[in-house]
Design a protein around this ligand. Structure first.
Ligand code: CMC
Length: 431
């Protein structure tokens, strides 16, 4: 990062402070307020961190106005078209595209860690059958620290590396097991002779009673869904992972915290909520009713799959995902699916509607991913677990970056307190 001598001057209550301005390689300048309280005795207030940079990072950059997403500088559309998920994982984790040998070694390390400890099968059986797979995943991923305590010492770079590979390798196995458990089918073990995405599909859809061949088109679509969700800079779940790990907590616990955060409908849970909304709308003639509700300030309803905190032009992942949705549905011969008809018409109407145009609300990645996953045969409850599998590499990369940063401190936001000031305790008989 270029050194900057620029400063911002803040004047208040007769004091004047010169605050250093840091210039990033891309994106707006950042005013460094880390000494503000020490020098000026005031805090800043920014609920939802809409104007606050929480860390320095070299991994992912989003230009919300241009609708651009870069991983280590490479645009997501190029990666989605020319690369594949495990190569993108390598890029996110280590900073550069791998050579052929490096990629082969990385793929082999991931492939050889896909099985989970056999005792974990018993752990799964403690959950209710009807548990949401995300609930199961939060528990099982958190419990990995009990099964893999030889990779929980975050001060040891080797253990950090082993924990990273273990999580990228085992999350698909765990998500598939959560699914199999929920439908009462036996767990399917991973296989080392097929690739990452195909392996996940096989663990979800194969049964021991018959042979299962993974359709290469489905595997390619799965790989693309993984790739498009791999990282997204300092979003809510990634910031949760960073905050949890700032205390020195073990990596499995931190990723479990990220999964818990991702589950919310404003974040990763939106893909499930979006498809459920499309089904609830049911037919294109009911769309205006839902558009009216989305605009009504007194109705909490929002059009799921629309809008984004950072993208105010379009979501570049949505563009690629839309193209994938068309390809997958075409290849599967799905043309007149009612959900698809509703989705296409909703997209058309919303993109022309003044409310959505003025507020720059565009379809996001979740608008299309659910349509593909549904066509592939996944129930809606598996949509967010698939997002969690994909995003694990982003969480792990950001966690590794943070742990190796010598300036890392425990995250400890301050507050704008508006409660009672000091008052004396009143005995119960006098209240
Ligand atoms: N439907 C209707 N109105 C909306 C929507 C929507 N989906 N999204 C935002 N708005 C309105 C909102 O009511 C507000 O209006 P006003 O200024 O009049 O109060 C304005 O647009 C700005 O919204 P905001 O809530 O201040 O924006 P935000 O940056 O805090 O929220 C968001 C971003 C993604 C949480 C929000 O757009 C949303 O809830 N979308 C639906 C859920 C969704 O699809 N989430 C997936 C995001 S992409 C995947 C991921 O990152 O996990």
């Amino acid at each position: 990062m270029a050194e900057s001598t620029k400063t911002a001057t803040l004047s208040f209550e007769g004091k004047t402070l010169d605050l250093p301005i840091r210039t990033p390689t891309a994106g707006p300048d950042v005013i460094d307020i880390s000494k503000l309280y020490a020098q000026g005795g005031v805090f800043t207030h920014d609920p939802g961190y809409t104007s606050t940079s929480s860390c320095e990072s070299k991994i992912t950059f989003i230009d919300g106005d241009k609708g651009e997403l870069l991983h280590r500088g490479y645009p997501i559309d190029q990666l989605a078209e020319k690369s594949h998920y495990l190569e993108v994982c390598y890029l996110l984790l280590y900073g550069e595209l791998p050579t052929a040998d490096e990629l082969e070694d990385f793929e082999s390390r991931v492939t050889n860690h896909t099985m989970v400890h056999e005792q974990m099968h018993n752990f799964f059986r403690g959950f209710r059958r009807d548990a949401h797979p995300m609930a199961t995943m939060v528990g099982v991923v958190g419990a990995m620290s009990a099964f893999y305590h030889d990779s929980t010492d975050i001060s040891d770079p080797w253990q950090r590396e082993v924990a990273s590979i273990r999580m990228i390798a085992k999350l698909p196995t765990i998500a598939a097991m959560a699914y199999k458990y929920s439908i009462g089918q036996p767990f399917v073990y991973p296989r080392n002779d097929i690739d990452y995405a195909a392996n996940f599909l096989r663990m979800c859809f194969a049964v021991p009673a018959e042979d299962y061949e993974v359709d290469p088109i489905m595997a390619r679509a799965m790989d693309r869904i993984f790739t498009l969700h791999a990282d997204h800079e300092q979003n809510a779940s990634t910031s949760t992972v960073r905050l949890a790990s700032s205390s020195g907590a073990n990596p499995f616990a931190c990723i479990a915290a990220g999964i818990a955060c991702l589950w919310g409908p404003a974040h990763g849970g939106a893909n499930q909520a979006c498809l459920e909304m499309l089904r609830e709308i049911g037919t294109p003639d009911r769309i205006p009713e839902f558009i009216t509700r989305a605009k009504d300030k007194d109705d909490p309803f929002r059009l799921m799959g629309f809008g984004h905190r950072v993208y105010k032009n379009f979501d570049p992942r949505a563009k690629v995902m839309k193209q994938s949705a068309d390809e997958v549905l075409d290849l599967m011969g799905i043309h007149d699916n009612p959900t698809l008809q509703v989705a296409k018409e909703l997209e058309r109407i919303a993109l022309e509607d003044e409310y959505f145009v003025d507020k720059k609300l565009y379809p996001n990645v979740d608008f299309y991913s659910g349509i593909i996953l549904d066509a592939m045969g996944f129930p809606t409850s598996m949509f967010t677990p698939i997002f969690a599998v994909s995003r694990t590499v982003g969480w792990v990369s950001q966690w590794k970056e943070m742990i190796s940063d010598p300036t890392m401190k425990i995250g400890r936001p301050r507050q704008l307190y508006t409660g009672h000031t000091r008052r004396d305790y009143v005995d119960v008989e006098n209240r």
